[in-house]
Design a protein around this ligand. Structure first.
Ligand SMILES: Cc1ncc(C[n+]2csc(CCOP(=O)(O)OP(=O)(O)O)c2C)c(N)n1
Length: 378
């Protein structure tokens, strides 16, 4: 058959049937952040849980204030406060079982403390020590992570490995809105969805990545919408409503545990204080904006609900404040003691087998320290 004859015989056919691999509709987030407090859904909330959340929020707020004060007293090198974000912090810790894992960022000290970490040990890194300060395996809290979003692939790897081994473990990984622009965020969510790993991603959208507002960070309708592109459900929640965050995260943990795969939760909240004690937030935002968010404070919202429903009285509120004060006093006292630091420790845990250069430097430092002990040089 000639080419012309072949062409004549060609009959256009439709392409093979195509349909979306999953229905995108159930993966889409709600049009508005989910709320419980101040709505009809609040009647369904467990009073014991609400009181527990309240006590933890009050303790968390006090912890933030105390840690910030310690930076001003020179007892702590840096502190990224989560004041205003306590509902996310506390709920993230409370929804996990002991066997699960939490993967926090540098801002999530409170979540680590709410999970049971010693309040002083949780500040080790921020105190300027070169070690994490706690055994991650003890409370199943990964090291507070400073490189943005790198904790996310770690969480996915751990959760996937646990599943392969048949261990019932869910990993909850926390990240900021700025962190959602990192390549690690993309890689983690993509792998998690492809592997159906039991992971919950919690993005605390607190409005800013240091001085960069969300509008300069993304053009997506919401960060929760990004979930659809990976093939996992996205949920939007009011991040200052502790009951709502707890419910949404609990649902996501249950879904992951049952083999349903990962969920991306975007909690809409606000960083009331500066990025850290080293930042001046007045250079990039006005007081009016901050005041609007102070009116939507997580503790005020929950206290209002509890008192309206007669679930707490003044003495209950006072008891929560007294417990927080006792924690702060203990934190202050212990942070005012100098930690025993051995300069030689700098060389420990770097390599299983120290390199010749490290050994040389180690010997040099040892000699310098010994000379110092002998007194000043003449
Ligand atoms: C990979 C990487 N790039 C840059 C930084 C510097 N950095 C520290 S915090 C921060 C902003 C992060 O903002 P966001 O993720 O929204 O978290 P938030 O601090 O608001 O909790 C940046 C850019 C970093 N720590 N890691």
């Amino acid at each position: 058959m000639t080419v012309m004859e072949q062409r004549g015989a060609y009959k256009p056919t439709p392409p093979p049937a195509w349909q979306p691999r999953t229905d995108p509709a159930p993966l889409l987030p709600d049009a508005r952040p989910y709320r419980v407090l101040g709505t009809e859904a609040a009647a369904q909330a467990d009073p014991g849980l609400l009181r527990r959340l309240h006590a933890e929020l009050v303790r968390g707020r006090r912890y933030n204030a105390q840690a910030t004060a310690l930076t001003k007293q020179g007892r702590l090198a840096v502190y990224p406060s989560s004041t205003g974000q306590e509902a996310c912090q506390v709920a993230a810790a409370l929804v996990l079982e002991d066997r699960d894992w939490l993967f926090p960022s540098y801002r999530d000290t409170l979540a680590a403390v709410a999970r049971g970490l010693d309040p002083v040990q949780a500040l080790t890194l921020l105190r300027g020590d070169w070690h994490t300060g706690y055994d991650p395996r003890e409370h199943r809290v990964a090291p507070l992570c400073t490189p943005l979003a790198t904790q996310l692939p770690h969480a996915v790897g751990l959760a996937h490995a646990a599943r392969l081994k048949g261990d019932d473990v869910v990993a909850l990984a926390m990240v900021g809105d700025g962190g959602s622009s990192e390549g690690d965020f993309h890689e983690a969510l993509n792998f998690a969805a492809v592997w159906q790993a039991p992971v919950v991603f919690l993005v605390q959208n607190n409005g800013f990545a240091i001085s960069v507002p969300l509008a300069k960070q993304t053009a997506a309708p919401s960060l929760a919408h990004k979930a659809v592109g990976y093939g996992m459900p996205g949920r939007l929640v009011d991040g200052n409503d502790a009951a709502a965050v707890h419910e949404v995260l609990s649902d996501a943990v249950r879904h992951a545990r049952a083999g349903g795969g990962p969920t991306l939760v975007e909690a809409i909240t606000y960083r009331v204080e500066a990025h850290t004690n080293a930042d001046d937030a007045t250079r990039y935002r006005g007081d009016a904006e901050v005041d609007t968010w102070r009116d939507h404070d997580p503790i005020v919202l929950l206290e209002h609900e509890l008192t309206e429903r007669g679930l707490i009285d003044d003495s209950g509120i006072q008891a929560a404040r007294d417990a927080a004060e006792a924690m702060a006093a203990d934190l202050r006292e212990r942070m005012n003691q100098d930690p025993p630091l051995d300069p030689m420790d700098l060389f420990a845990h770097v390599y299983a087998e120290p390199t010749p250069q490290l050994r040389e430097q180690q010997a040099q430092l040892r000699a310098e320290l010994a000379a110092e002990q002998e007194g000043p040089h003449r």
